[in-house]
Design a protein around this ligand. Structure first.
Ligand code: G3H
Ligand code: 13P
Ligand code: ZN
Length: 306
């Protein structure tokens, strides 16, 4: 099977991106893999530290193994926002294809030191490492930063050179979660361009890329939910970042959570007599499948070009 490096190189050349979709239950995992298979697109199965704790390591490893065996498309298991050497080492030893060491809240030198330590360990085992420089704001229990500190292009160059990291998450205006912008969404393409000048053809990653679809929110609210004032980054901006820049990996979690919630809520409200958990979880899964298909087809282009 071709590795992530192969796809990142190709993505830069052809102007597409690989979707990194977060999961924290079996239904969402199955939905991501089913949609990838349907569209013949590689995808990254992303697990955060807290999702790993929630599901249990063995559950993740065994289920991903079975799912990989039963699908023909490349599925890469990735640790999202690993905060310590220990958790990255654990993921590497468990057989993850790639890990993110997120030391972006630390001072530059400490970030370099920790990222390099993870790279040294990972590279010996053929595992890919993503680092982060700058801070991507947002609150999602394990991923929290209050201020938006954009990535400094000069520092980015130094960071990659010193750590030997394989890809870099950049802070250019996105944030984690469902409340990203007051008003129109914005991305700092000027900063992105400067980073690319310093790091030509280097794989960059966009976190916080959920678009927070208003129809999905309406569906959640129509079926008893209460989500107000949510907003995401427009798909048009993300598409520009993919097509015209070296963004090769797009991280999406919130959109999947919302799609799943909408499906479950609708099913529960429309079938008040039902208490078979599989029935409403399946409706959530189907919503996530549609969402992932949409992202691959309309946003990422990874089925046609990968
Ligand atoms: O970027 C972080 C992901 O959305 C994971 O969030 O730590 O709540 O699982 P989580
Ligand atoms: P969203 O909250 O925009 O889905 O971002 C997810 C993410 O960056 C996971 O690392
Ligand atoms: Zn993230």
């Amino acid at each position: 099977m071709k590795d992530l490096k192969f796809y990142y190189k190709k993505a830069i050349k052809k102007g597409f991106a690989i979707g990194a979709f977060n999961f924290s239950n079996l239904e969402v995992l199955k939905a991501i893999a089913n949609s990838a298979e349907k569209l013949k697109s590689p995808v990254i199965l992303a697990v955060s530290e807290s999702a790993l704790r929630y599901m249990g390591e063995q559950f993740v490893i065994e289920n991903v193994k079975i799912i990989k065996e039963n699908h023909t498309v490349p599925l890469f298991l990735h640790l999202d926002h690993g905060k310590s050497f220990e958790i990255c080492k654990k993921a590497i030893d468990l057989g993850f294809d790639s890990v993110m060491i997120d030391a972006s809240a630390m001072p530059f030198d400490e970030n370099v030191k920790l990222t390099k330590q993870v790279c040294d360990y990972a590279h010996e085992k053929g595992v890919y490492v993503e680092g982060e420089l700058g801070q991507i704001i947002g609150v999602e229990d394990n991923t929290h930063s209050d201020t938006n500190i954009f990535t400094d292009p000069e520092q980015a160059q130094k960071f990659v050179k010193e750590t030997k990291v394989d890809s870099l998450a950049v802070a250019i205006g996105t944030s984690h979660g469902a409340y990203k912008y007051k008003g129109e969404s914005r991305l700092r393409f000027d900063i992105l361009q400067e980073i690319e000048k310093k790091l030509p053809n280097f794989p960059l990653v966009l976190h916080g890329a959920s678009s927070v679809n208003s129809d999905t929110i309406a569906m959640i609210n129509n079926y008893g939910g209460k989500i107000e004032g949510a907003s995401g980054v427009s798909e048009e901006l993300t598409r520009m970042a993919i097509k015209m820049h070296n963004i090769v990996k797009i991280n999406i979690d919130t959109d999947l959570r919302m799609a799943f919630t909408a499906g479950v809520r609708k099913s529960l409200v429309e079938n008040p007599e039902n208490f078979d958990t599989r029935n409403y979880l399946l409706e959530g899964q189907i919503m996530v499948e549609k969402l992932v298909e949409h992202k691959i087809d309309v946003l990422l282009d990874s089925e046609k070009k990968a």
